[in-house]
Design a protein around this ligand. Structure first.
Ligand code: ADP
Length: 543
C-alpha cells in the first residue's frame, strides 16, 4: 500500500515538478549560451572593426601626411627658388608638425598592435656592436646639434637573440630621449655586457634625471614630465611602447635616476642561441681604410680568410670577417657591405645556401657577391646569383679586378629605360617622380594597376616602384601577374607602401620583390641607395 502511494506521489507530483525544474534549467542554460555566443560575436565584430579601422587609418592618414612632409621638404630644399626668412620658418613649422603627427600615428598603431597581441616578431641572433653603431650613426647629427658626446661600447662578439627592427626601435627611443632631455654639452653612453645567459644594455645620460615619485609613471602611455618635457617634442608614448617591446622579447626595462645627476635606462635580452651553445668567436674588424668601401668576407677557414683580408685591406678596403656561416645572412643585412666574398664549402651552412639566402632576402639582394672557392662550377654560381666567380687560388690582382667590376656595375651609366612609378595618390606620385628625376633618373608614372600593366606590356621599364593599395587592380594582383609571365618574371620591383602587412604578405614580398619601403618611415634615402645598387647611378643629375 505504502509503495503504491509512494509510486503515485512520484508519478503525479515529483516527476512533473522535476521535469519543470529541468526544463527551466535547460532554458536558462540555453539563454546564457545564446548570450555568450552573441557577446563573442560582438567582440569578434568589434575586434575586426578595430583591425579594419587601424589599417584604414594608417593608410588614410599616412598618405596625405607623406605629401605634407614631402612637399615641405622640397620647398625647404629651395629647389624651386629662394624662400624668405618668414617662408622658411613657416615651411619648417609645417614639416615639424607633420613629423610630430606621423610619430603620433605610428606610436598609436604600434601600441594598439601590441595590446591586441598582433605584433609579429621575427627573432634572430644580432651582433650588439653593429646595432649600436647603426643607432648611434642615425642619431649622431641630433647629438652634434647639441654638442653632446655620444659613445658606445660592448663586449666584442656579443650577440642577442631578438627582433632586429624592434631592438633598434627600443634603442632609438631610449637614446633619442637621452639626447632630447639632456642639455647642451651633455654625455650619452650606450653599453652592453654579458651577464650569464643574458645581455645587459644600459643607456646612461648626465641630464636632469627623473624624480623618484615620477619613475613609475613615465612608463604610462601619454605621461610626460612637465619640467623635463618643456619645449621638447614628444607624444608620451615612447616609453610605454619601449617597455612592451622589451617584454615581448623576453626582457625587462628598468630605470635608475637621481634628479640633477642623470638617468640610466637599462634592459636585458636573451643572449644569442649560437653563443649559448658555443663560445663566441669575436667578429674581426680590420683597420679602417682610406676608401670607405666595406667588404664582408664569409669564410670559415682562418688562413684563407686572413689571406683575403690582407689582399683587400692593403688596397684600402675596410674588411669585416665572418667565420660563422650560419650568421652570415644577418651580418650582411646589418652591415650592408658594398660587396661580399663567399666561400662555398663551409659547415653547418654551405656557401650555396648562403648565396641563395643573400639573393632572396630584400635586405641583401643587391649586394654584389664574389664567390671565392675551390669548386669549379661558375655556371651554377652565376645561375644562383653570384656576381663574380673566382676559383682558388686567387691572386691579389684577380680579386681586386673582380671587386672593381662589382663596384663599376653599380656606379655605371644612367639606365636608358625609365623607372615606372605606380601610385594612385597624386601628390605621393609626384613626390616619388620628382625625387627620381632630380636624382637623374628617367621616370614614367601610372595612376592605377591597369595603366601600369598596359605600360609594362608595351615596353619594359628598368624597374618598377609599386604601391600596394591601388583601385581595381591591386598591387599584389599586379605583382602576381608579372611574376607568372616569363617576360616580366625578373623585372626588378620595389614596393613603397603605407599598408600594414601581415606575416604572409611580408614573406610573399620578400620572395617576389627586390626591396620594401614603408611610407611611414624615412624611405627616400634608402630608396635612392637601393636604386643605385639595383640599376646604377645616373650620370647627369638634372635639377
Ligand atoms: P616622450 O619622449 O614622447 O615625452 P616617453 O614616453 O619616451 O615620451 O617619455 C616620457 C617622459 O619621461 C618624457 O616626457 C620625459 O619627461 C621623461 N624622460 C624620458 N627619458 C628621459 C631622460 N633620459 N631624461 C629625463 N627625462 C626623461
Amino acid at each position: 500500500m505504502l509503495l503504491l502511494v509512494l509510486g503515485i506521489v512520484i508519478v503525479f507530483f515529483v516527476l512533473p515538478i522535476y521535469s519543470v525544474i529541468v526544463t527551466n534549467e535547460i532554458r536558462k542554460r540555453r539563454r546564457v549560451e545564446a548570450a555568450l555566443i552573441r557577446a563573442k560575436e560582438d567582440a569578434e565584430r568589434a575586434s575586426k572593426f578595430k583591425d579594419r579601422f587601424l589599417s584604414t587609418m594608417s593608410h588614410e592618414l599616412r598618405t596625405p601626411l607623406n605629401a605634407v612632409m614631402g612637399f615641405s621638404d622640397l620647398l625647404a630644399d629651395k629647389r624651386y627658388g629662394e624662400l624668405n626668412e618668414r617662408q622658411q620658418r613657416y615651411v619648417s613649422h609645417i614639416n615639424t608638425g607633420g613629423r610630430h603627427l606621423l610619430k603620433l600615428i605610428n606610436d598609436i598603431l604600434d601600441l594598439s598592435k601590441i595590446e591586441a597581441g598582433r605584433l609579429e616578431l621575427s627573432f634572430g641572433d644580432l651582433p650588439v656592436t653593429a646595432i649600436f653603431s647603426e643607432v648611434v650613426s642615425s642619431l649622431r647629427s641630433l647629438a652634434d646639434k647639441k654638442a653632446q658626446t655620444l659613445s658606445h661600447s660592448a663586449d666584442p662578439g656579443l650577440c642577442v637573440h631578438a627582433d632586429a627592427t624592434r631592438v633598434r626601435q627600443v634603442l632609438m627611443n631610449l637614446v633619442g630621449n637621452a639626447i632630447k632631455f639632456t642639455p647642451e654639452g651633455g654625455r650619452i653612453e650606450l653599453e652592453a655586457q654579458q651577464a650569464k645567459l643574458e645581455v645587459q644594455v644600459k643607456i646612461r645620460d648626465n641630464g636632469p634625471g627623473i624624480p623618484p615619485e615620477e619613475q613609475k609613471r613615465i612608463f604610462e602611455a601619454f605621461y610626460r614630465l612637465r619640467k623635463s618635457g618643456e619645449g621638447a617634442e614628444g607624444t608620451g608614448l615612447g616609453l610605454a611602447i619601449t617597455e612592451s617591446l622589451v617584454k615581448l622579447q623576453g626582457g625587462t626595462l628598468g630605470l635608475e635616476s637621481e634628479p640633477g645627476r642623470g638617468s640610466c635606462f637599462h634592459f636585458n635580452l636573451p643572449i644569442a642561441k649560437a653563443i649559448r651553445e658555443v663560445r663566441p668567436r669575436p667578429v674581426k674588424v680590420a683597420r679602417k681604410a682610406v676608401k670607405t668601401s666595406k667588404i664582408l668576407i664569409i669564410e670559415d677557414d682562418r688562413l684563407a680568410s686572413h689571406l683575403l683580408e690582407s689582399q683587400l685591406t692593403s688596397s684600402g678596403y675596410e674588411v669585416v670577417s665572418c667565420d660563422q656561416p650560419e650568421r652570415a645572412l644577418e651580418m650582411a643585412a646589418d652591415l650592408q657591405p658594398q660587396a661580399i666574398t663567399l666561400d662555398l664549402l663551409m659547415k653547418p651552412t654551405s656557401g650555396w645556401e648562403i648565396l641563395l639566402q643573400l639573393k632572396h632576402d630584400p635586405r641583401t639582394t643587391s649586394i654584389p657577391v664574389i664567390v671565392v672557392t675551390i669548386v669549379d662550377q661558375p655556371t651554377t654560381g652565376a645561375a644562383i646569383g653570384a656576381d663574380e666567380y673566382l676559383v682558388k687560388p686567387v691572386d691579389k690582382k684577380t680579386l681586386l679586378a673582380a671587386v672593381a667590376r662589382c663596384f663599376e656595375g653599380r656606379e655605371g651609366s644612367s639606365p636608358a629605360r625609365p623607372i615606372l612609378v605606380v601610385e594612385d595618390d597624386g601628390p605621393t606620385r609626384e613626390i616619388v617622380a620628382e625625387l627620381l628625376r632630380t636624382n637623374g633618373y628617367a621616370v614614367a608614372t601610372a595612376a592605377d594597376g591597369g595603366s601600369a600593366r598596359a605600360q609594362v606590356a608595351t615596353s619594359l621599364p628598368e624597374l618598377v616602384i609599386l604601391d600596394l593599395v591601388l583601385p581595381k587592380l591591386g598591387g599584389f594582383e599586379l605583382l602576381a601577374q608579372w611574376r607568372s609571365d616569363p617576360r616580366t618574371a625578373e623585372l626588378p620591383i620595389f614596393v613603397l607602401t603605407s599598408k600594414e602587412l601581415t606575416a604572409l604578405e611580408k614573406t610573399y614580398l620578400r620572395e617576389n620583390t627586390q626591396s620594401l619601403f614603408h611610407k611611414q618611415e624615412s624611405w627616400k634615402d634608402a630608396l635612392l641607395k637601393q636604386l643605385q645598387r639595383a640599376v646604377g647611378k645616373p650620370q647627369a643629375v638634372k635639377v
